[in-house]
Design a binder for this molecule. Sequence first.
Ligand SMILES: *[C@@H]1O[C@H](CO)[C@@H](O)[C@H](O)[C@H]1NC(C)=O
Ligand SMILES: *[C@@H]1O[C@H](CO)[C@@H](O)[C@H](O)[C@H]1NC(C)=O
Ligand SMILES: *[C@@H]1O[C@H](CO)[C@@H](O)[C@H](O)[C@H]1NC(C)=O
Ligand SMILES: *[C@@H]1O[C@H](CO)[C@@H](O)[C@H](O)[C@H]1NC(C)=O
Ligand SMILES: *[C@@H]1O[C@H](CO)[C@@H](O)[C@H](O)[C@H]1NC(C)=O
Length: 414
Amino acid sequence: MGMPRNKLENSCCCRFFLFLLFFSINGGVLEAWHKGSVTRYYDFKVQSASITKLCKTSTIVTVNGMYPGPTIYAREDDTVVVEVSNLTPYNISIHLHGVRQRLTCWFDGPAYITQCPIQAGQSFKYRFTLLNQRGTLFWHAHISWLRATVHGPLIIYPKQGVGYPFQPPVEEHVIILGEYWLRDVQGLERHVKESGGGPPGSDAYTLNGLLGPLHNCSRDDIYTINVTKGKNYLLRIINAALNMEHFFMVANHTMTVVETDGEYTKPFKTTFLMLTPGQTYNVLIKADQSIGKYFMAMAPYMPAKNAPFLKKTSYGILRYASPTVKVDKLARKSHVKTSMTPLEPIIPNVNDTASVQAFSDQVKRLYPNHQWSSVDVPLRIDKTLFFTIGLNVFSCDSPDSDMLGESLRLQSTM
Ligand SMILES: *[C@@H]1O[C@H](CO)[C@@H](O)[C@H](O)[C@H]1NC(C)=O
Ligand SMILES: *[C@@H]1O[C@H](CO)[C@@H](O)[C@H](O)[C@H]1NC(C)=O
Ligand SMILES: *[C@@H]1O[C@H](CO)[C@@H](O)[C@H](O)[C@H]1NC(C)=O
Ligand SMILES: *[C@@H]1O[C@H](CO)[C@@H](O)[C@H](O)[C@H]1NC(C)=O
Ligand SMILES: *[C@@H]1O[C@H](CO)[C@@H](O)[C@H](O)[C@H]1NC(C)=O
């Protein structure tokens, strides 16, 4: 069936699947199964947890004490029920980012838009069907800036018995990109609103909540993927950063883009991705380089002049499993030495819009005429309207507006 290390195979639902399959073979419930009669239950306890990064221990809001939060696994057409209990003093809501919510728009999650927030001590049950959706999406808090730490992947496998429209990988890995603040994010947001300044840069960028080796106190805080030479891997990359757009690349490896935001794409090769906050990409990567270690990098893309942000790269490591050959002591020593320093990727400039444009232009839907995903764009134009939109910073004397460091405030015009 070609499903790589499928997390669903180990769950209790799998037995249910087999049961259904058995029945359908016997002319039973095939009809009901296609309507998405499999329901998967998730329990989200929103709670505070303490975390130590950058040599400091802070309290953050999490789901089930995890940062990033737990992964929701499902198949296309499944129904998912997420019961969210709020054990914090803060208001919370959970947005299922990218889920189309057909006929269930009230479960979309943005606080004060589709629901009142879940208040302290209360709980709320989200119930939705992943009708005709498959790929990588994610969920996050949708109130204040709590999404900085309250987020996690939503992985939708194709229906049972349906493969991917690309070479099945031997293994898959989810990489969720984030921004980490030492300061309380809700306090930060309040300050930004009161001062009129732009959002300040974060203190670190994270891959699956880990900082990589370039920060203080982060020597063991490195996300690592072990690969075997010659094998093909699927990386599901999610940008869960609060504000920043990010490049992602792996030193000396090209990636083949196969999906974005839950839609299959016409496959194309690239040396880097650029993900906006909330965007996902699925890429295939072949371990076709020499045995060694290669940095995976996330680095900011910020074309705006004067905008404050953290200009820093965070690294994870792609590590090739060493072949088990007998080597003498000296050779082993030198091998260890060379494999200590991973190879660095070439990272586009922080303002390299031309490269970003060239990358984005290649993203094309694989099934443009699919029943559920085709979009009717009207081609006849009656009237052309021209808008210019500007977002800038300007100086002011207010002592409050220190978020940008130099008494700068944000201003937008249209
Ligand atoms: C939490 O939500 C309730 C209901 O919408 C609202 O009355 C209250 O002011 C909110 N609390 C905070 C701290 O925003
Ligand atoms: C590590 O901490 C020191 C002292 O606080 C600071 O000067 C330095 O910039 C930090 N280094 C990094 C990589 O953040
Ligand atoms: C990768 O392999 C190394 C060496 O065998 C092992 O110590 C490490 O735990 C593995 N890491 C993961 C994430 O599997
Ligand atoms: C990896 O990429 C770097 C930078 O492009 C290059 O200098 C280096 O030769 C490459 N190394 C290997 C082993 O291909
Ligand atoms: C990018 O930034 C560099 C350094 O600040 C500047 O010299 C260059 O003109 C910028 N490029 C673009 C396309 O804005």
